[in-house]
Each structure stands twice: as structure tokens, then as C-alpha cells.
Ligand binder design. Structure first.
Ligand SMILES: Nc1ncnc2c1ncn2[C@@H]1O[C@H](COP(=O)(O)OP(=O)(O)OP(=O)(O)O)[C@@H](O)[C@H]1O
Ligand SMILES: [Mg+2]
Length: 248
């Protein structure tokens, strides 16, 4: 495998992620009903919805950590339904989890290396270097324990760790939560750079304005069901979205 010329180490997506009539839940509690969504190669799609609507559960079902009751998730020709989380990562679909879930007592470097633990190619070192070129702040913090970083720095580590898996499709859960607007703007810029390299992105955000501004299409999830979807610009103008999610 030769190193891509891009500034970030992931490879361009060439397949759609298709979620079809997915129902899922925890033990005997159903939280997703008949959810269908599609993210085409190279798209940025937003998933919005209130607290507890099931957004993280949907990402969990795609990533293989929440069990699917019925319906399917496909990545191109490949079924991801019921597939082990590690194999989903190896297929190129990688999640940046809500709350970042870093290894707080490990260094930034070790967290980034953890992102590459399923890889057996020889480009991990050069990818690490590229990561630090992309995120100079992490170069300064390379030997720090991740748990001691600021929220914005931790989110950078979480995204960089996901990139170290060389994703074609990133699932990003609540990237902006708890961060100052200036930091959110920096992360949005980072997403744009990642997107330019051809990676598909599904962003889950409570900051609906931001989510709709950076995405081309969006889905609204309410109590586990998709109630609205369409071009993001259209949803930004939708009276129901404005009232329920934009407070205008
Ligand atoms: N591990 C779990 N076991 C049981 N129920 C869970 C679990 N995780 C989430 N739930 C329930 O599933 C429903 C959907 O939760 P989920 O976290 O997917 O929503 P969300 O849209 O991501 O919410 P938030 O905006 O708070 O992140 C909620 O009712 C929640 O209480
Ligand atoms: Mg969530």
C-alpha cells in the first residue's frame, strides 16, 4: 500500500453506507424503530434530534456495539449487520464516540497508536507524523496524559485516534458538546479538511445550527424514528426544525 498524498491518512470512500429499516435496543427495551438512512461516498450527513432520541444508539448499531433486532446496515456490498466492532473498523467505518472515551491515563501518543491497533501495514509511523502536522497542538501535547488535556484538545485526540484507523467513513458523536464556539469552529475546519480527502462523514450533533451548516443532507430522529429528512439548507428553513431545534 502506498501512502496517500493527502494531509490525513485515511482513504477516500467509494461505497455508500445504507441503513435499512433498522430496529434496535438494549435487553428488552427497543430504542430504534424502522430507521432508514443513506450516506453516499464523500457526503457529510447530519443526524439531529433531542436528548435520548436514539442518535448514539444508531451510531452504536452501525459500529456493532448495539445489537440490531431487525433490518440491516450495509457498507457497499458488505453487510455490517451483526458484525464484530473490530471488523467494522477494519472495513473502514470508524466512530468518534460521544464523550471522547480516551484512555485518560495514557499519553496522547499512545491514544493515537491505539487507533491503529488493527492495522498491520508499515505506515503507522508516517501517519502519526501526518497527524501531528495536521494538529500541531497535539505535537505540543504528545507526551501528556490524555486525561489532563482540555476538552478541545481531547476532542482533537479523539478525532485523530479515529483517523489513525484510516477510515473511509467517520461517525462523529457530539463533537461540539461542552466546547467554546471558537474551538467548535476549529474542529469544523478540521472536518472540512478530512472531508476534502474524500472521507464520508456522519455527524450527530445537538448543535443543530452547526450540524445543518456543515452537512449537505440531514435526518431528524425523534424517539427512535426518522421523522424528517432532506437537504440541510431546506431543513434550516423548515418551520418545525426552527421551532423544535433552533429556538426561532
Ligand atoms: N446502555 C444502555 N442500556 C439501556 N438503555 C440505554 C442505553 N444507552 C442508551 N439507552 C437508552 O436508549 C435511548 C436512546 O439513547 P441514546 O443515547 O441513543 O440517545 P441520544 O439521542 O444519543 O441522546 P443524547 O442526546 O443524550 O446523546 C434512551 O432512552 C436511553 O436511556
Ligand atoms: Mg448521544
Amino acid at each position: 500500500m502506498t501512502a496517500p498524498a493527502a494531509a490525513t491518512p485515511q482513504t477516500a470512500a467509494s461505497r455508500p453506507l445504507v441503513i435499512d429499516a433498522l430496529s434496535a435496543g438494549y435487553a428488552d427495551t427497543q430504542v430504534l424503530w424502522n430507521v432508514s438512512m443513506r450516506i453516499d461516498p464523500g457526503e457529510i450527513v447530519a443526524l439531529i434530534g433531542s436528548n435520548g432520541a436514539g442518535k448514539s444508539s444508531l451510531l452504536g448499531a452501525v459500529s456493532g456495539v448495539v445489537s440490531t433486532w431487525s433490518g440491516s446496515v450495509r457498507y457497499g456490498e458488505r453487510s455490517l449487520t451483526g458484525v464484530e466492532p473490530d471488523r467494522i473498523v477494519s472495513a473502514g467505518v470508524v466512530q468518534v464516540p460521544q464523550g471522547r472515551r480516551l484512555f485518560g491515563s495514557l499519553t496522547v501518543e499512545d491514544n493515537l497508536r491505539m487507533g491503529a491497533y488493527l492495522r498491520n501495514d508499515r505506515e503507522v509511523e508516517s501517519d502519526l507524523k501526518r497527524m501531528l502536522d495536521l494538529l500541531p497542538r497535539l505535537r505540543e501535547r504528545y507526551d501528556y496524559l490524555a486525561g489532563r488535556l482540555s476538552g478541545g484538545e481531547q476532542q482533537q485526540v479523539a478525532i485523530a485516534r479515529a483517523l489513525m484507523a484510516r477510515p473511509q467513513m467517520l461517525l462523529i458523536d457530539e463533537m461540539s458538546l461542552g466546547l467554546a464556539p471558537v474551538l467548535v469552529d476549529q474542529l469544523i475546519e478540521l472536518l472540512a479538511q478530512i472531508h476534502q480527502t474524500g472521507v464520508s462523514i456522519l455527524i450527530v450533533e445537538q448543535d443543530v445550527q452547526t450540524a445543518l451548516e456543515v452537512s449537505s443532507r440531514a435526518y431528524v430522529l425523534e424517539t427512535g424514528r426518522v421523522t424528517l429528512s432532506g437537504p440541510s439548507a431546506q431543513l434550516l428553513d423548515d418551520p418545525l426544525v426552527k421551532k423544535a431545534y433552533l429556538g426561532v
